[in-house]
Ligand binder design. Structure first.
Ligand code: CP
Ligand code: NVA
Length: 302
């Protein structure tokens, strides 16, 4: 593994290696065992979209690993004034040991990797959110003990989260059902790949996704960059909500996941959210551990 650009690039064994190391780093952190595995190294963090979890977990994670992180908002660096991504990649590769980037176009992340000479980590694009799904898988395994015999259901927009969740769950052998309105389906190529495995179902019926589910996942109806579509989307997604009634169709020990931030009253009710808050915030915490594992595997022997 040279970069983390999308989960589709990783084998199931590579995903499991990340999750196992994430579990170990979480254990060590809780026990107060230091793990300065990236001492003297610097991660650059380019953001052209907002973030709470991604920024804070990468920055804190780098500190805990003995290194440091630089927050590079596109409002401050020349990228935001039109300096090309290929020049940015070649310059930053001479100072840094790795780059995490959150932006709109997946092609910008891929270009950073091909023009630069250091590991690139995708911290969310319009296409996918691999770091989030590594933390989600870590949390699923923590709560359910293993990936065997589980059923995963996603309710809502066929967006970056849905794309990465399809790939992540199926690579772990978990059957995945995505309930989304017609016109808001996940990426066509990912759907084609998912269907070829026999483990993916796409439906517009939320009850089909919820029925007997061990994990129910949702995300906002309007993602970053889609603020102008908020009203249209509110109408299109009406009913695509995790609520008590929908949860009653799921397995009795169903866990609810949400990448956050959550919009109560839209994709999830306040009641359903609070009933599953422990799982949701453990999932948020696991961003830290999963990303530390990714950084160690990519940057330790650079
Ligand atoms: N889930 C997630 O990526 O959160 P942030 O947008 O706060 O980073
Ligand atoms: N789909 C959301 C995920 C946020 C973590 C967005 O892209 O805004």
């Amino acid at each position: 593994m040279k970069h983390l650009l999308k989960l589709g690039d990783l084998s199931p064994e590579e995903i499991l290696e990340i999750l196992d190391l994430a579990d170990q780093l979480k254990y060590e952190l809780k026990k107060g065992i230091p793990h300065p595995r990236l001492q003297g190294k610097t991660l650059g963090m380019i953001f052209t979209k907002s973030s709470t979890r991604t920024r804070v977990s990468f920055e804190t994670g780098m500190y805990q690993l003995g290194g440091q992180a630089l927050f590079l908002s596109d409002k401050d660096i020349q990228l935001g004034r039109g300096e090309p991504i290929n020049d940015t990649a070649r310059v930053l590769s001479r100072y840094l040991d790795g780059i995490m980037i959150r932006t709109f176009k997946q092609s910008d992340v891929e270009d950073l990797a091909s023009y630069g000479s250091i590991p690139i980590i995708n911290g969310l694009t319009d296409y996918c959110h691999p770091c989030q799904v590594l933390a989600d898988l870590m949390t699923i395994r923590e709560y359910k003990g293993s990936f065997r015999g589980l059923k995963f259901g996603f309710i809502g927009d066929g967006n970056n989260m849905a794309n990465s969740l399809i790939v992540g769950t199926i690579k772990m052998g978990i059957p995945c059902t995505i309930a989304c309105p017609e016109g808001y389906r996940p990426d066509a190529k990912i759907v084609e790949w998912g269907k070829s495995t026999g483990l993916l179902t796409i439906t517009d019926d939320v009850e089909e996704a919820a029925k007997d589910a061990d994990i129910l996942y949702t995300d906002v109806w309007a993602s970053m960059g889609q603020e102008g579509e908020t009203e249209i989307r509110r109408k299109a997604f009406r009913g695509y909500q995790i609520n008590t009634k929908l949860l009653s169709l799921a397995h009795k020990d169903v866990m609810v996941q949400h990448c956050l931030p959550a919009h109560r009253g839209e994709e999830i009710t306040a009641e359903a959210f609070e009933a599953h808050a422990d799982e949701i915030f453990e999932e948020a915490e696991n961003r830290l551990h999963a990303q530390k594992a990714v950084m160690v595997l990519l940057m330790e022997h650079q």
